[in-house]
Design a protein around this ligand. Structure first.
Ligand code: GTP
Ligand code: MG
Length: 320
């Protein structure tokens, strides 16, 4: 059985398949169009073919290093230069999955409360993702509260408070310009006293100064740990998919200053830069945990590698 047939069932059993199909539609369209052109001129798997393939991957935001790895992996699978194009493409998807490696996005939410920090550059989708995560956990019957520890940007606190009101969950508010660490302390205490399962903490994303960022995050982490053992249990980084490689390099700084355990890839809807998922995993060695497919509260979905690959490979046909 071929690789695509193998992952097909998994895809069709994925409850989020519609989000995957529409979210990766642009990536699939653009990738398949390029592959179609490559097929037209295809004679055999020679140097020129692999180079053209490499360019297509790079154009899909897979990144140079990751593209190279995928192409090398593919080469090792193609024993016969004259392998038919469709079989080569199937092996290509298999190579992508192998280069991504293990999914690695299973998280432990057994701590009570489980404290999750969401970090990331300005506008990358932290606050919106917090709201979506709150909804996600609430759907699972968990008691959720959010902490508005972005005391830097005017309007940030209101933005989160509005979401919390709509979701009917508690929001621990800081005042603008107040020390964000103090708001984290309030949040942790509230969670301890109110039987909260999941405490989601919003943070400010300013990046002008690495030392400041490092100090501020370090302080927030320190006070959280003081209030709740081992907190924060997870630190998730938002990356805006539409900013591609550039967004990835901006986000890298957060992985240098804190122990990021998962990635939330936002704004996947409407961009063709879906290859970034492979680059993120390879370059940062952090799994993509969730993907944001839109602005609505239920538009954040768990990342599933095979469904992702399938959506790009066959997305076009299935969307129709
Ligand atoms: N289309 C789309 N828009 C999104 C998604 N996630 C976030 N957005 C939008 O992106 C914009 C910025 O999102 P925020 O959540 O405010 O980003 P932030 O990181 O909290 O921004 P700062 O607080 O300024 O650092 C908002 O208009 C969101 O509605 C997504 O998955 N898809
Ligand atoms: Mg925000």
């Amino acid at each position: 059985m071929g690789f695509i047939t193998n992952i097909r069932n998994k895809f069709f059993n994925n409850k989020d398949k519609q989000h995957y199909l529409s979210g990766f539609k642009e990536t699939s369209r653009s990738f398949n169009e390029k592959m179609r052109l490559l097929a037209e001129g295809f004679t055999e798997c020679n140097k020129a073919f692999y180079e053209a393939l490499m360019i297509i991957l790079i154009q899909s935001d897979v990144g140079v290093n990751t593209s190279e790895l995928i192409v090398n992996n593919l080469k090792s699978k193609i024993k016969d230069k004259k392998t038919p194009f469709d079989d080569v493409v199937e092996k290509l998807y298999e190579s992508m999955a192998e280069v991504y490696g293990k999914q690695g996005n299973e998280f432990n939410y057994d701590f009570k409360p489980t404290v999750i920090f969401v970090v990331g550059v300005n506008g990358s989708g932290k606050t919106t993702s917090i709201a979506k995560l709150a909804y996600y956990f609430k759907q699972q019957g968990k008691k959720v509260a959010v902490v508005a520890a972005d005391t830097f940007r005017a309007g940030a606190i209101d933005q989160l408070a509005k979401w919390a009101e709509r979701l009917d969950i508690a929001c621990i508010l800081g005042k603008q310009q107040r020390d964000p660490a103090a708001v984290i302390v309030d949040g942790c205490r509230y969670a301890n006293e109110n039987d909260i399962d999941i405490l989601l903490c919003d943070t400010a994303g300013r990046l002008q100064n690495k030392t400041n960022l490092m100090n501020e995050l370090a302080k927030m982490i320190k006070v959280a740990k003081r209030e709740i053992e081992d907190a924060p249990h997870h630190v998730w980084l938002t990356i805006d998919a539409s900013t591609g490689q550039n967004g990835l390099s901006q986000a890298r700084i957060f992985t240098e200053v804190t122990n990021v355990s998962g990635i939330i890839l936002t704004k996947m809807d409407g961009t063709a830069k879906g290859g970034i998922i492979l680059a993120i995993k390879h370059e940062l060695n952090i799994p993509v945990s969730f993907v944001g497919f839109g602005e609505k509260v239920d538009d954040l979905k768990e990342f599933e590698l095979d469904s992702y690959i399938y959506s790009i490979a066959n997305g076009i046909k299935d969307v129709g």
